[in-house]
Design a protein around this ligand. Sequence first.
Ligand code: NAD
Length: 508
Amino acid sequence: MNASDLPPVLVVGAGIMGAGIAQVAAQAGHRVMLFDARDAAAATARDKLGQTLHGLVAKGRLSAEAADAALARIAPIARLEEAADAGLVVEAIVENLEAKRALLRQLEALVSAEAVLASNTSSISITALANGLRVPGRVVGMHFFNPVPLMKLVEVVSGLQTDAAVAERVFALATAWGKTAVHARSTPGFIVNRIARPYYAETLALLQERASTPAVLDACLRGAGFRMGPCELMDLIGHDTNFSVTESVYQANFGDKRFQPSLVQREMVDGGLLGRKSGRGFYAYGEGAPAPTLPAPRGSALPASVRWHGAGAGGAAVTTFGQRWCDALAAAGVAVELAEGSGWIGLEAGAARLALTDGRTATERAQAEGCAELVLFDLPIAELPAGAALACAGARSASEPWLDQAAALLACAGVVPQQLDDAPGLVVARTVAMLVNEAADAVQQGVCSTEGADLAMKLGVNYPAGPFEWLARWEAAAIVALIDRLDAFYRGERYRVSPWLRRRGSAR
Ligand code: NAD
């Protein structure tokens, strides 16, 4: 397509998102008109974009010609009427249904019948936005992520009346702008803001029951490959913003307990501990702020011999971990014997066990299995780099010497064991299980495809793998059993297995 064939784009709202969208569209060759209700806001945004583009030139990421050409394509406009020839409108105004509806009604009377009306809303229903318009089929969500020029993902959101051809056109445009587009059906939180809820919720729940500290939980999730732990990430996003997204998804789901916001976070918001931007959240920021610390690891001499139970079971991730662990133990002089068909996964040293969590607490399991000396370890979902934190927890009946020796055995696998209170599902296992479950439910409800969910989570929130990639490394039956056990333990409504997952979990 020649630059002259590209439809002119009108961006309404010249704030953080609107300015970024204008930049990306202009860099892709579109003529861009930028409008804001605040006087001079569009012109100011264009000036700032000039600085941004020339900053990219200084860093050698863009040629001076390309920067000048992109900037020359962006025109602030003072009246919406000046944008009558726009082929695509992207609105990025305040997150308010009535304001957006009023704007769309105004735009509908201005632009041609073929023009697409896209909204960058993060939480408002596209179906509701289209309601009352003469041509509701041309309203579509075009959900960018912040910062727009850097984040690859665009969720293309279809409401009940969105024309499939309109969604395809926006999908193709986003792709031409260098983005990875993913189709989504308009449901609360769309894909990313919905599937990501358990990442925060599980850690907040563990903090509420005082199972551990933010530093330990963050370290364990970083160990599983997440770039940031939930606490440091919430501090970065801002607790006010994170809380309001959770609350909006919760309300939009008619108060479904699965999405219930956390009292821990509510108190932080009430107290103004908003994270980095206020200088304090879970952690303190600024000069002289103490760095988060982890407890000193325990340890002792290794036992002379162990038996590895469950080789080949528990999914590929656990099998790989088990093999490497057994090799490392053998190299450390421990005699390793393989036990077959015992129904659990982990190491046995005499009468003591160090087992993979299955969603029960260590204390429950110690009683059920008649093994007082029981320590559980967390799910090694990823190939753990040396020094990665891995959670463990002992049964109430476990002795101090066995807790020490279990830590020494885990250290042999190259991980740094972090002891939590005896919480069911520890931290990585329950978090990943709930992320997979939420993604499965989104697929069950036709919100997105499995591939779309994986792409969206990797590109929208930088997850190290997509939920369905985790599922392939673990086992549907193990995830279903783990969530069912959390449900039995907590007796709330948060831990409800998705029908999609339950079907896969029982089809063995
Ligand atoms: P912002 O406050 O930075 O910018 C909004 C701009 O819209 C302001 O300049 C404001 O003057 C202008 N505005 C408000 N009402 C208007 C109207 N009726 N007509 C024209 N201009 C109007 O907000 P933002 O963070 O850029 O968010 C904009 C939209 O993008 C919201 O719908 C938000 O939910 C969505 N979004 C935000 C993020 C994010 O991380 N900030 C991410 C994805 C989506």
